[in-house]
Design a protein around this ligand. Structure first.
Ligand code: URA
Length: 238
């Protein structure tokens, strides 16, 4: 992150004001005087103003309703990313998306700069449940249901038993599926494996988090204290 942005994110002034501070030779990065507002602050660097190390920013936790058409990545040469949806003032060093939704998948995505929590939520063996609403190309049949619920052996993994419910009044074409893993294209692969196909996919829950009905696509908000406590309860303390 640019040095001027780093300082303005920490509320040391507007971009213009912090540039003035930087040019006045008041800022060091890892003990080196730094007069370039565009200097790229390395991850974990100690930034000091007038010799005082700046307090590390507090962890942030954003719950985003990911829209279709953006990729889940920190940067991408071709596509807009979920990070492009975050306002400058909410950006933090180390902010990243926890897990991944496909470009065409919509719904709940957690972004945080709390690497420990993010890492623990995804750790193999953790099996944090994720619930998706999937729209299928064809009505779900009883024969298709069985393997999805009991587990499907893929080349790279066998899916754990999953919970599947049909959404009423959708002619058996919309389902809610809760899975314990988060393998690449997992939900799409599960339905393909039983002879159906996902035509739209929307994540509605992850662990204790559910997508708020009033959060429109492309918008995000900070987790509430209760949501954060629920997430932290899932992972061991260090
Ligand atoms: N499963 C998929 O197939 N795609 C996603 O984006 C998430 C889960």
């Amino acid at each position: 992150m640019r040095l001027d942005r780093f300082l303005s994110n920490l509320q040391y002034g507007t971009r213009k004001e912090v540039r003035r501070i930087i040019k006045a030779a008041r800022v060091t990065v890892d003990d080196q005087l730094q007069r370039d507002p565009g200097f790229d602050v390395p991850e974990g660097a100690v930034v000091a103003l007038d010799g005082t190390a700046l307090t590390q920013d507090l962890a942030v936790y954003y719950l985003l309703n990911k829209p279709a058409g953006v990729v889940t990545a920190n940067r991408d040469a071709r596509d807009r990313t979920v990070m492009d949806l975050i306002a400058d003032t909410d950006m933090r060093p180390g902010l990243y998306p926890v897990g991944r939704l496909d470009k065409d998948t919509t719904g709940l995505l957690l972004l945080t700069n709390d690497g420990t929590l993010g890492h623990n939520l995804l750790a193999p063996g953790k099996h944090v449940p994720k619930t998706y609403r999937a729209t299928l190309a064809r009505p779900l049949t009883a024969a298709q249901r069985g393997p999805i619920e009991t587990g499907i052996a893929f080349k790279d993994f066998t899916s754990r038993p999953a919970t599947l419910t049909v959404v009423p009044d959708t002619a058996d074409r919309q389902v809610e599926l809760t899975i314990g893993e988060g393998k690449y294209h997992q939900v799409k692969r599960m339905f393909l494996a039983v002879g159906n196909e996902v035509v739209a996919l929307h994540r509605i829950a992850m662990g204790p988090l559910t997508l708020p009905g009033n959060l429109s696509a492309g918008r995000y908000r900070s987790l509430t204290a209760a949501e954060l406590a629920g997430l932290k309860a899932l992972v061991p303390k260090r």
